[in-house]
Design a binder for this molecule. Structure first.
Ligand code: PMP
Length: 367
């Protein structure tokens, strides 16, 4: 007898997640290494205390105040403005994308992305019984736009997931890529949505525009963001999207009632009031990333171009030995991506110095 009687396609599967090990230098989950200031902590605590007084009531199901604050924040990245009715939030951008697949995927429909990419995408598809179609990236992890558009026209997916910058490679997409794929996905009926996952959007290099600018041009475009990375609030669990209001309305059909707790809404609003401080370290992290790329190349390693707060490097004959060697030095990186590559998140200058020292030592000993 099979117990528990789990869905057949889930039987024996391991839950997704990076190892949570207690080591001195944790550079494995693309977190922001800088915590909030005491002023921000105090503001969050006061806001949560206020929310606690009303916990006998359900929270605002439509989280309007929070959506308005997020719309204001997003408006910095587009000359066209963002309205509150264009914004939707949930518990992390993972939940936002799962809700998108619940509303727009499902049996008889498909979702498509280009590997190597974020390994949760096929899981959203699996969990919503959506067929998963995987295209591929070029050797430098960019997209061949003609081939990508042809694949979309061939499979007619309901949802195309396009991370920019991509995880685990760090590669950002040029605006033409978004345009070409939005047009390809609008060429069949019912048309597909193109979800540009900008979880790492704030870390992009100067001159790379956000896909938010293209929202007025493509009704089938969705841009997702998160407070987990640039906002230094991974523990808050707050992700959000901007899209046509009709797309937000469709998600409202599938979301659980009151999915965002009063505590989450209060804490997120307070964190947003401290946006300049929380985002203040993004420039430092970008500079540290560029220094890390240069240093890794100086060691003779291959390094993917990065517009994110992490860097993919390799290629090692035995990447697990390198990963283990780094761990033995108290440095945790991520064993992810194409065979032979490792991904390091950008930490403080001290953490990156520890990483460099450890890697230099490991490379001297591992052949
Ligand atoms: N998209 C990408 C590309 C990611 O790497 C991550 C987190 N690692 C997420 C989305 C989800 O982030 P969160 O749920 O914390 O918003």
């Amino acid at each position: 007898m099979t117990f528990p009687p789990i869905r057949e396609e889930l039987r024996g599967l391991e839950p997704y997640g990076a190892p949570q090990l207690d080591v001195p230098v944790q550079l494995n989950t693309n977190e922001n290494p800088y915590g909030p200031s005491e002023a921000c902590v105090a503001d969050i605590a006061a806001s949560v205390a206020e929310a606690a007084r009303g916990l006998h009531r359900y929270p605002d199901r439509e989280h309007v105040a929070l959506r308005a604050a997020l719309a204001d924040y997003l408006a910095r990245d587009t000359p066209h403005g963002i309205g509150v009715e264009q914004v939707w939030a949930a518990n992390g951008s993972n939940e936002v994308m799962l809700q998108l697949l619940q509303a727009f995927g499902g049996p008889g429909r498909s979702a498509l992305s280009f590997a190597p990419t974020y390994s949760m995408y096929p899981e959203y598809a699996r969990d919503t019984s959506t067929e998963w179609v995987q295209g591929r990236r070029e050797d430098d992890f960019s997209l061949d736009l003609d081939a990508a558009a042809a694949l979309v026209r061939e499979h007619r997916p309901s949802v195309v997931l396009l991370p920019s910058p991509n995880n685990p490679t760090g590669t950002a997409l040029p605006p033409e890529a978004v345009t070409v794929l939005c047009e390809a996905a609008a060429s069949y009926e019912p048309q597909g949505l193109v979800v540009v996952d900008e979880a790492y959007g704030e870390f992009r290099r100067a001159g790379v525009p956000s896909a938010l600018e293209l929202l007025p041009t493509h009704r089938n475009l969705v841009v997702t963001r998160t407070m987990s990375k640039a906002f230094a609030a991974a523990g808050l669990r707050l992700g959000y999207l901007a899209a046509d209001p009709a797309i937000c309305d469709a998600i409202r059909v599938v979301r659980l009632p009151y999915h965002l707790s009063a505590v989450t809404q209060a804490a997120a609003l307070a964190a947003l009031r401290h946006a300049p401080e929380l985002l203040g370290k993004v420039d430092n992290l970008r500079a540290e990333r560029d220094r890390t790329v240069t240093w890794l190349r100086e060691q003779g390693l291959q390094v993917a171009e990065s517009d994110a707060n992490f860097v993919l490097f390799g290629a090692f004959a035995d990447r697990h030995a390198v990963w283990q060697g780094l761990l033995d030095h108290g440095v945790l990186v991520r064993e992810v991506g194409p065979p032979g590559w490792l991904r390091v998140s950008i930490g403080t200058p001290e953490e990156m110095a520890a990483f460099q020292q450890a890697l230099a030592d490991v490379l001297a000993h591992v052949t």
